[in-house]
Ligand binder design. Structure first.
Ligand code: FES
Length: 151
């Protein structure tokens, strides 16, 4: 099934783009215009096509971010679990930043995102590649402490 931004795109090619974008982001920390251009050149694609793919998925970043990117789910299940707004507010207070911002020490970036595919165990958040479910404020404190200690 091909819809929207991916209409007409070869699934194998799309998979290559996703992988190349992931590798580029791991290497540079985020997907700058230069990184997107490099991916496009490597795969023989238009930069606009690669850019559309990069902006479609929440796992890709277009701006420099902190060492730990905290993505808090504000999807429906997390909202209904009374978690999304409270959790975002709690993290805002703890970190002193709003969604879309990075702490002055460059350690944490906070983002509000849609469903993290953990609806059955909401509220949920993801820190870089690690998913945390059934969150409480105490658990969030423990996670932040671990991250500050470098795990
Ligand atoms: S709505 Fe939060 S994980 Fe799906």
């Amino acid at each position: 099934m091909s819809v929207g931004v991916f209409a007409g795109q070869d699934p194998a090619k799309r998979a290559m783009v996703l992988t190349a974008l992931y590798v580029a982001q791991e290497q540079y920390g985020y997907l700058s215009a230069e990184a997107i251009q490099r991916v496009a050149q490597r795969l023989g694609m238009a930069a606009g096509e690669v850019y559309e793919t990069a902006t479609f998925y929440s796992m890709y970043r277009e701006e420099p971010v902190g060492r730990y990117v905290i993505q808090v789910c504000e999807g429906l299940s997390c909202h209904l679990a009374d978690g999304a707004e409270r959790l975002i507010g709690y993290l805002q207070d703890k970190l002193g930043i709003a969604p879309g911002e990075t702490t002055a020490d460059g350690l944490f970036s906070l983002q509000a995102v849609q469903c993290l595919a953990a609806c059955g165990s909401s509220p949920a958040m993801r820190v870089n590649d690690t998913l945390y479910e059934n969150l409480t404020f105490d658990r969030v404190d423990m996670i932040l402490d671990e991250l500050r200690r470098g795990r």
